[in-house]
Design a protein around this ligand. Structure first.
Ligand SMILES: Nc1nc2c(c(=O)[nH]1)N[C@H]1C(S)=C(S)[C@@H](COP(=O)(O)OP(=O)(O)OC[C@H]3O[C@@H](n4cnc5c(=O)[nH]c(N)nc54)[C@H](O)[C@@H]3O)O[C@H]1N2
Ligand SMILES: Nc1nc2c(c(=O)[nH]1)N[C@H]1C(S)=C(S)[C@@H](COP(=O)(O)OP(=O)(O)OC[C@H]3O[C@@H](n4cnc5c(=O)[nH]c(N)nc54)[C@H](O)[C@@H]3O)O[C@H]1N2
Ligand SMILES: [Mo]
Length: 751
């Protein structure tokens, strides 16, 4: 390995992204395509959910956005000949990287019961097969309708409408594995499961704490926002077990200065925390704030805000005052001086934003951790005023919008009432399965048809062996996809692949050229228009697929004018405007270039639609992962060269790791204590109360400056180690960032 990089982006990033794009699309298509990313007349970047600034650069994309676009706009094609040549038994042995590299899917494909080859199938027949299986179920609740977060608002609205008219709330989505903990914690404490800041708030903030997030790789455009905030006087604190490149230094490829030179340090203070130590850290900060207030009354807390707008302060304060400092230091791995440094920054900052992502959401105690972040912000009135608030940074480009459109296994009764009023059928009221429960239902034979609107369920889900075995028990698995992936080759008795248009492609229907809409991480909704010719003549858009599915399954009995919705997505938006609050006059508002911002009660008016009618302080016990002697805590995370289960390449450039993904990052002292030299091979064995053997073999040890006791390795290769039942309390999100492992010197070479 080469040394970890201290600066992210800059010229190498531009060169690297163009190279990848040109390999997939050629030079001319690369230039034409990338110029349309995130422009007001172009398509929304299918990369992350970070918002676009009002004033856009000509190139409003980043290295990893360019890779996401190239992955979709590739000129490579998977045709029926490909499937004739490669039986499923062969595809099964290929890596996810290889599968993705084969190119865009071009025709609907069907795998009959007992067959080893997918065969081309006409669209009509494909929908008949699905209708036949769905209508043969004993109950609609034996069907599962998964969504990944790239699906547009229009498609998502139609998809949930179909599932509910069919009769089930079984709408698991990638959010269940992602920011569900944020949604759970925020709904309870501030009354809405979304972030409360806009880009302008970051620019106006005095202190930005970035905890459990690697924006240099996963939200590169956020670094530009942080740079701007810093130029405006903000202090930036990062909390992470890893010294992530972009946070330590950043070269902005969009400014001349950023293309050369050493890059500006973004982070003013780096707290190298233990995995799962964040609740203890924020609790400790809160205890120190209460103490500072006692020492200098009326100078630290925002009493007006607390009295007027919050509930539960006394119980919370009692818990915070009882903070056990030995426990704090054990849980965080920090020393008291570091926490005092952070306290000093907090005390001098009027407006504070806390940003976070998977480092905070994928632990057993993620929900109380995020609630503690809210406690921290409430103490000084840091919610609902400019420059301050909560900023959960979403992943998939429309994962937030999909939830707004009703993709949720536990829909609010008001949402179902509105659907019923608009469409005249009675939607089911009973809650459906989330991702983990969906896997159990397949395993136990309670679910028999699995339908996925995008994503790669088998590879993204925890406990790979258990998930694959569960999937194989299904009667029918169906995937609406752009690219080949593992979920197409681990199938039920019968399987279908339905190829769809991507975000970058033109979508022309009966009423003419269509556009779709998306919602970013900050609740801004805007249009996305594809500009490229579709990858093939047989592709259907996601809305068209759902409409035809609905017509085949529900038949003439349906109360919904499905055919109209395929012809004109504006008619879908008319319905959305009558069902989903904040979307009134949707078509008119989205015609405005740049779109519109959804209402957010805490942000807009400091009103908190919670059970108490106020923002809620909470007082949970401090928890942190217990790790037995000789064991390590493993986090499963992303490299710089992947988009979730889509692998772009085998390097992790900012971390200085090259040529392979089966690596485990160990603190050199841990490695020495366990007897593993840099470059040695080891098996990772997960330890869980059920005693089952979960092993990932043949990982190369990389000595790396991670916190002691805390290892790291890439997802999805390590998903096999995450026990299905190891999930966050309340949100049920797989605890992918705290897996207890031991190292076994089983293999002495790569597998
Ligand atoms: N290029 C690219 N962009 C992406 C994605 C991608 O795969 N590739 N995925 C998209 C999606 S769906 C998502 S959800 C986001 C994910 O964005 P991130 O959350 O940034 O993704 P991870 O790689 O899981 O990184 C987790 C970060 O949290 C740190 N961390 C882990 N555990 C802890 C902890 O206990 N405490 C603290 N303080 N830190 C911790 C890790 O060291 C790492 O820096 O990115 C989105 N954007
Ligand atoms: N161990 C571990 N597991 C994790 C995580 C982790 O950090 N650690 N992170 C979790 C998180 S945050 C998430 S969000 C999930 C991600 O889970 P998913 O969203 O299910 O997975 P992706 O890899 O993003 O899905 C990629 C596939 O989506 C399809 N696709 C791409 N674009 C489109 C499109 O426009 N339309 C359609 N229909 N299909 C499209 C392609 O076929 C591609 O192969 O994984 C989770 N799993
Ligand atoms: Mo995610």
């Amino acid at each position: 390995m080469s040394a970890p990089k201290h600066a992210a982006a800059g010229l190498p990033a531009v060169g690297h992204s163009l190279r990848i794009a040109q390999q997939q699309m050629g030079v001319r298509r690369t230039a034409l395509t990338l110029l349309k990313v995130n422009q007001k007349n172009g398509f929304d970047c299918p990369g992350c959910a970070w918002p676009e600034p009002g004033h856009r650069h000509t190139a409003e994309f980043c290295e990893n956005g360019a890779k996401a676009v190239a992955e979709e706009a590739t000129l490579r094609r998977v045709t029926p000949d490909f499937f004739a040549e490669h039986p499923v038994s062969d595809l099964n042995r290929r890596s996810g990287y290889w599968l993705g590299q084969q190119g865009r899917l071009t025709q609907p494909m069907y795998l009959p019961d007992g067959a080893d080859h997918y065969e081309p199938v006409p669209w009509e027949r494909a929908f008949d097969i699905i209708a036949e299986e769905l209508n043969a179920l004993a109950s609609p609740d034996e069907a599962l309708f998964y969504t990944s977060g790239r699906t547009s608002n229009e498609a998502a609205f139609l998809y949930q409408l179909f599932a509910r008219e069919f009769g089930t709330n079984n709408l698991p989505d990638c959010s269940n594995m992602c920011h569900e903990s944020s949604g759970s914690a925020l709904s309870e404490t501030i009354g809405i499961g979304k972030g409360s800041v806009l880009l302008e708030d970051l620019y106006r903030s005095d202190l930005i704490i970035v905890a459990g997030q690697n924006p240099g790789t996963n939200h590169p455009r956020m670094l530009s926002a942080l740079e701007k905030a810093k130029a405006g006087g903000a202090t930036i604190v990062t909390v992470n077990p890893l010294p992530e490149a972009g946070l330590q230094r950043f070269k902005n490829p969009q400014t001349a200065k950023g293309l050369v030179g050493g890059g500006a340090p973004l982070s003013d203070l780096f707290l190298q925390i233990r995995l799962g130590g964040d609740q203890a850290l924020f609790r400790a900060l809160n205890a120190l704030l209460l103490q500072a207030e006692e020492e200098a009354p009326d100078t630290v807390l925002d009493h007006n805000f607390i009295d007027e707008h919050t509930h539960g302060f006394e119980d919370f304060a009692a818990a915070a005052r009882a903070t056990d400092w030995d426990e704090v230091l054990r849980a965080t791995g920090l020393d008291r001086a570091e926490i005092d440094q952070l306290l000093a920054l907090v005390l001098k900052s009027k407006s504070i934003v806390v940003c976070w992502a998977m480092g905070l959401t994928q632990h057993k105690h993620s929900v109380p951790t995020i609630r503690e972040v809210v406690n921290f912000l409430l103490l000084r009135g840091n919610i609902g005023r400019p420059g301050a608030g909560v900023c959960p940074v979403r992943g998939h480009s429309n994962v937030q919008g999909d939830r707004t459109m009703g993709i949720f296994e536990r829909p609010a009764p008001e949402f179902l009432d509105a659907l019923e009023k608009e469409f005249g059928f009675a939607p089911p009221r009973e809650h459906g399965y989330d991702v983990v429960r969906a896997i159990r239902a397949l395993r136990d034979g309670d679910a028999k048809v699995f339908f996925a609107m995008g994503g790669n369920f088998v590879a993204a889900s925890p406990d790979t062996d258990a998930t694959e075995a569960a999937m194989r028990r299904a009667r029918l698995t169906v995937h609406v996809s752009t690219k080949l992936n593992r979920s197409h080759v681990v199938t039920g008795a019968r399987a279908l692949i339905l190829p769809t248009l991507g975000r970058t492609e033109k979508d022309v229907q009966e009423a003419g050229a269509q556009f779709v809409t998306v919602e970013d991480s900050m609740g801004m909704v805007h249009a996305s228009r594809g500009t490229l010719e579709p990858a093939g003549p047989h592709l259907l858009s996601e809305p068209a697929i759902i409409v035809r599915l609905a017509r085949a399954v529900l038949g003439p009995e349906s109360r919904v004018p499905w055919a109209d919705f395929e012809a004109d997505y504006g008619l879908v938006r008319d319905r959305i405007s009558r069902v989903v609050p904040g979307f009134e006059d949707f078509n008119a508002k989205v015609a405005h270039p740049g779109g519109f911002t959804l209402p957010h009660a805490p942000r807009d008016s400091r009103s908190f639609p919670t059970a108490t009618g106020k923002a809620n302080f909470t007082a949970a016990e401090v928890e942190y992962p217990a790790v037995p002697e000789g064991r390590l805590l493993l986090q499963t995370l992303r490299s710089h060269d992947q988009y979730n289960t889509t692998i772009y390449g085998l390097d992790d450039r900012y971390r200085g790791i090259k040529g392979g993904r089966r690596v485990v990052l160990l603190n050199p002292e841990d490695a020495a204590a366990l007897g593993f030299a840099d470059g040695a091979y080891t098996d990772l064995v997960s330890e869980w109360s059920d005693g089952a053997e979960r092993r990932a073999a043949g990982f190369r040890v990389v000595h790396y400056p991670t916190t002691r006791g805390c290892a790291a390795a890439y997802y999805p290769e390590t998903n096999v180690l995450v026990p299905l039942d190891h999930t966050a309390d309340t949100s049920n999100t797989p605890a992918s960032k705290s897996v207890v492992i031991r190292l076994e010197a089983g293999s002495d070479r790569p597998v």
